[in-house]
Design a protein around this ligand. Structure first.
Ligand code: NAD
Length: 341
């Protein structure tokens, strides 16, 4: 049996990546939609053969509880709406996928995790890189140490934002923050799977060159992370530069993915001239299939709620450091959110 997924929020990510990815999925399918825009209902029903009984709006969303076709609700709305809709989905008894960043505060992440635990439903964050073979190869090199132990990791994530300065991503009330919330979470994730550990402290700096455009949110942030055993991590995230790279330095060599987090095909190489290469597949398909398998078979949840919460703890620590003029903010994360594969 394939599990039925309902997408909440039919914007560019749902339309451009998730719905197409679901067409080839093996363990799940696009069963329903939840939209606040009535005009999209007919278009999506026709395009993806979705019956009227599986179409909901933001007001009647709760009645999804009775719909046996829907096993998983996937929340793909602006960041500040994630918590409300994930909690409503959990209370309706549905498993939940919450897009990244998980929410706009640690407090909201806790509320989502608690609601899912109370309802006895599974939760994951839309961290598609965790199901991607290039990322898995980096994790393997870190774990099996063919080039020795990691000494340094560096990861960059950004793009040049232009056009509409009023878009929700640049509106703090809807996004919770700028480049760091949107792209910085990829960099945080890369630093962590590039070392196999959680950071024990973070220091950060903010840069601004277009304040008239970025009126409400951070434009560029750099941060340095300290990991156990003297390992150092470097993070760059921006809405003002194209950046898409993960570099891991080992005792006896290095590995690089460039690009490392777009929709692919990705590319990578190691210091001994080897290419890191896998057949291109939809990461969204792999991610949703992994979560469906987790629900059906009890296999690993590669992006649990605790991982999203951990990253939000780091996001809050980075903002705190910036506010304090670059102070070193200690973190006590233990192994929180570390998933080995
Ligand atoms: P988008 O602007 O294209 O779509 C947002 C959707 O939310 C639209 O359907 C819009 O109608 C709806 N919406 C409801 N209330 C809204 C409001 N007050 N303001 C604006 N839109 C509102 O955004 P998107 O790119 O699809 O991003 C949605 C979520 O998905 C975000 O959390 C984003 O971070 C995440 N995302 C993840 C990835 C990934 O690779 N994992 C990629 C893109 C986006």
């Amino acid at each position: 049996k394939k599990l039925g997924i309902a997408l909440v929020g039919l914007g560019s990510y749902s339309g451009g990546q998730l719905a197409p990815g679901l067409q080839d999925a093996e363990n799940c399918y696009l069963a329903g939609i939840v939209t606040g825009t009535p005009a999209k209902e007919k278009e999506w029903m026709e395009k993806y053969n979705i019956p009227k009984k599986n179409v909901y709006n933001y007001e009647n969303f709760e009645s999804i509880a009775k719909n046996k076709d829907i096993d998983i609700v996937y929340v793909v709305l602006p960041n500040s709406m994630h918590a409300e809709f994930c909690i409503r989905a959990a209370k309706a008894g549905k498993h939940v996928i919450c897009e990244k960043p998980m929410a706009v505060s640690v407090e909201e992440c806790d509320a989502i995790i608690n609601a899912c635990n109370e309802a006895g439903v599974k939760l994951s964050v839309g961290y598609r890189m965790q199901s991607d073979p290039y990322t898995k190869e980096i994790k393997r090199l870190v774990k099996e140490k063919p080039y020795g132990s990691v000494r340094y990791v560096s990861s960059d994530a950004g793009y040049i934002s232009g056009g509409n300065p009023d878009q929700w991503r640049l509106n703090h009330a809807l996004s919770g923050g700028g480049a760091l919330m949107n792209m910085g979470v990829y960099s945080i994730q890369s630093n962590i799977y590039g070392t196999g550990q959680n950071p024990i402290s973070v220091s950060a700096q903010e840069f601004s060159s277009r304040p008239e455009y970025f009126k409400d949110t951070d434009e560029t942030i750099t941060a340095q992370m300290e990991f156990p055993n003297g390992v150092v991590g470097n993070l760059y995230t921006s809405h003002n530069a194209n950046a898409n790279r993960l570099f891991v330095s080992f005792e006896k060599g290095w590995a690089e993915l460039n690009p490392c987090h777009n929709y692919g095909p990705l590319a990578g190489r190691t210091s001994d001239g080897k290419e890191i290469k896998f057949p291109h597949q939809s990461m969204q398909k792999l991610q949703m299939d992994d979560f469906a398998k987790h629900i059906m078979l009890g296999t690993t949840n590669y992006a649990p709620g605790e991982m999203g919460k951990r990253d939000m703890i780091i996001v809050e620590a980075i903002y705190k450091s910036i506010k304090e003029g670059g102070s070193k903010v200690a973190l006590d994360l233990g192994d929180m959110g570390i998933v080995r594969q």
